[in-house]
Design a protein around this ligand. Structure first.
Ligand SMILES: [Zn+2]
Length: 442
């Protein structure tokens, strides 16, 4: 059998600023699907952006995705209205009071229902988009339609864009309209949608700014764009370096931090209205497995997957990870983006409820926005209804965590110092000679 041939690549400069000079940071093979070749990430000397270079040639990007790529498989939408009637009542109350689904409001909801709603809210606010305008929804890079299925169950009119034809076929049943092809060729008129989402899409495309600009054009006045990407500025990337599970080479062409995502959004004519972090144990387990195997510790890697050891590690992570997410060092960042010209439109319904979610301690995940100032309009509106107040995240959350005097410094400063002083990142031994030390936080 002939040796596999690496995918053709092109040596392109920084996707953001066009600067040619860059320093190598990480290099790995394809750990998930074994596409042949060794791929590397560079850090732009101009703007600090982390990007794949050389990157897989545009014509061969599709070759990075095997037929069994998970996002293209049969979807299992996280449908909100499932379970007992009591749970469904709580879900409806949570959606109505915290995510703007006024049509679901039931004033007879009992105190128990309202309490349960609060416990469900953290999970719901990740799974269900906030209601906007007339309920016209577009999911870009919809895969086989998981997010579209949720949106349709919530009453949205749905549309999708997907480049993979087989995945698009599966998504069709959840979409009123579906464009199979690139975002730039999608025929939707400007200002057509109240909500546009792109979950784990931006890091896969060669022109994240162009794609973001296009998505912003599709927003109606008052519309919201939600973008979710892995966080290269999080604890996982710091700890595990080129073993970080979010690296996902060669499929991930860009590696965003909250700052560089903010930079992309700004260049595309938008503004980050809020930013949330999420950290789940399984992402760290994937990274740990890569990290141990890179060091030839296959036995230890297997041990970490054994039930008792895994259980103890997971328990520790579940205690620690809410702090990590609170400090803005999560594995995944989700940003709410508005058009820059639409300053002020992001207030009111639809912004994630930070305070209420913080009090809800359920679930093995963590998500946080920090301590944003309340917007008086939203606050007084909820006070009038006699509901528990919740806070809208501050616009500056796209920046370096805690850098705006947001009250989180007390958490993130010691965490940062500890990360720098004690973790492998500090005395870094990357297994590959061509992968240089990550000098500073990306
Ligand atoms: Zn650059």
């Amino acid at each position: 059998m002939a040796a596999p041939v690496p995918l053709p690549t092109v040596d392109a400069p920084c996707f953001l600023c066009g600067e040619a000079a860059a320093d190598p940071v990480w290099a790995t093979p394809d750990r998930a699907f074994s596409a042949p070749g060794l791929y590397s990430v560079m850090r732009c000397r101009g703007c600090g952006f982390l990007y794949q270079r050389p990157r897989v040639a545009d014509d061969h990007l599709a070759d990075c995705y095997p037929d069994h790529y998970p996002r293209h498989q049969e979807p299992s939408p996280r449908l909100p209205f499932k379970g007992s009637p009591a749970r469904v009542r709580a879900v409806r109350w949570a959606l109505a009071t915290a995510l703007g689904y006024e049509a679901l409001r039931d004033r007879r909801a009992s105190a128990l229902t309202r309490l349960r709603a609060r416990l469900l809210l953290r999970r719901l606010s990740w799974d269900c988009p906030p209601w906007r305008g007339q309920g016209r929804y577009l999911d870009v890079g919809c895969g086989s339609g998981g997010a579209l299925g949720v949106a349709r169950a919530l009453g949205w009119r749905t549309a999708g864009v997907e480049v993979d034809a087989a995945a698009a076929d599966k998504a069709r049943r959840f979409a009123d309209e579906l464009h199979v092809g690139e975002v730039q060729t999608a025929p939707f008129a400007p200002a057509r949608f109240d909500l546009v989402t792109a979950f784990h899409v931006l890091e896969h495309v060669p022109d994240p700014v162009g794609m973001t600009r296009r998505m912003l054009e599709w927003l109606a006045p008052g519309g919201l764009l939600i973008v979710e990407v892995p966080n290269a500025g999080g604890l996982g990337a710091r700890l595990f370096g080129c073993a970080w599970s979010g690296l996902e080479l060669p499929r991930h062409l860009s590696h965003f931090t909250p700052q560089s995502l903010g930079d992309v959004v700004r260049r595309a004519g938008g503004r980050i209205a809020w930013c949330r972090h999420r950290a789940q144990p399984r992402w760290y387990f994937w990274s740990l497995r890569h990290w141990l195997r890179d060091r030839g510790r296959n036995g230890l890697a297997r041990l970490a997957e054994r039930r008792p050891v895994h259980g103890v590690l997971k328990f520790g992570l579940e205690i620690a990870l809410p702090l990590v997410a609170r400090a803005g060092r999560g594995e995944v960042i989700r940003a709410g983006v508005v058009r820059a010209a639409a300053e002020g439109e992001a207030s009111g319904y639809g912004d994630p409820p930070s305070g209420a979610r913080r009090r809800a301690a359920a679930g093995g995940e963590a998500s946080e926005d920090g301590e944003p100032p309340e917007r008086s309009e939203a606050a007084s509106r909820s006070r009038r209804r006699g509901e528990r107040r919740w806070r809208t995240p501050r616009a500056e959350r796209g920046g370096e965590p805690g850098d705006g005097g947001d009250g989180l410094a007390a958490i993130h400063k010691p965490l940062d110092n500890w990360m720098r002083a004690t973790l492998p990142y500090g005395r870094n031994r990357f297994p590959r000679p061509d992968a240089k030390r990550l000098e500073a936080a990306p």
